[in-house]
Design a protein around this ligand. Structure first.
Ligand SMILES: [Zn+2]
Length: 235
């Protein structure tokens, strides 16, 4: 339920109210804003009073979230991008013929006829990231499939907004191209997770035993991936 909290100074804070079988009121700040978990039988004025008391905490957390919001890429010269966990800089140069793109040290150099055509620069760059992702992922899948003792499965890129990888019953592995921005260890983790599904099509204890053999630090990597996720979704 979408609700609005009105503070003493008149400021309005929208929030999502979720009624749960619980005794206390819990607050959290998500990408979407304030979420309040409250007992099913809570009375409106009682909830309001609790939220008023917590308003300093709420405002503080909302301000922090604002400060951590990641700016979308503008595809202009000097833009900072991530590739295999490294910071690379976009360099946009004017060229004559067809547009080209190449990575040279930590510079991703895009040559286009019209340097103000940010959409074209973006399109070239995304294509480049996807190309790199495909080559990189196929290589990693081969390495870890061999380690697991299975035939390397076919790999496809995905463009999902919420999932990093998937493995279907036909044994095809799909990996989100945005992962190419992440440090190699994180990519390895996702690759191993999906490969482990070739042996166990679930998230059972057996599955985690297979995964742990292939990639012992999986819990740590999963945590890091979660933290990195907003940044990886910049593209
Ligand atoms: Zn899984």
């Amino acid at each position: 339920m979408q609700q609005t909290l009105t503070l003493a100074n008149g400021q309005q804070i929208p929030y999502q109210l979720e009624l749960r079988p619980r005794r206390t009121v819990g607050l959290k700040i998500t990408q979407q804003g304030l979420v309040v978990h409250a007992p099913r039988r809570i009375v409106v004025h009682q909830l309001n009073q609790i939220l008023q008391e917590k308003s300093a905490w709420i405002l503080n957390k909302l301000a922090l979230r604002e400060a951590n919001t990641i700016d979308p890429v503008q595809w202009q010269d000097g833009e900072h991008l991530l590739f295999l966990g490294q910071d690379i800089t976009l360099q946009v140069v004017e060229g004559k013929g067809r547009s080209t793109i190449q990575l040279s040290a930590d510079q991703l150099i895009v040559s286009v006829k019209d340097i103000s055509n940010h959409a074209l620069v973006g399109k070239k760059a995304i294509q480049w990231f996807q190309q790199q992702a495909y080559e990189d992922f196929v290589r990693r899948v081969e390495i870890f499939a061999t380690k697991l003792g299975v035939k390397p499965p076919p790999v496809a890129l995905s463009n999902a907004q919420s999932r990093w990888g998937s493995c279907n019953s036909r044994g095809e592995v799909r990996l989100n191209w945005r992962l190419i921005q992440a440090p190699p260890q994180i990519i390895n983790y996702v690759v191993c997770h999906e490969l482990a599904h070739l042996k166990e099509m679930n998230h059972s204890a057996k599955f985690y035993a297979v995964l742990a053999q292939l990639f012992p630090d999986h819990a740590e990597a999963e945590k890091l991936l979660k933290q990195l996720s907003p940044q990886l979704h910049r593209l």
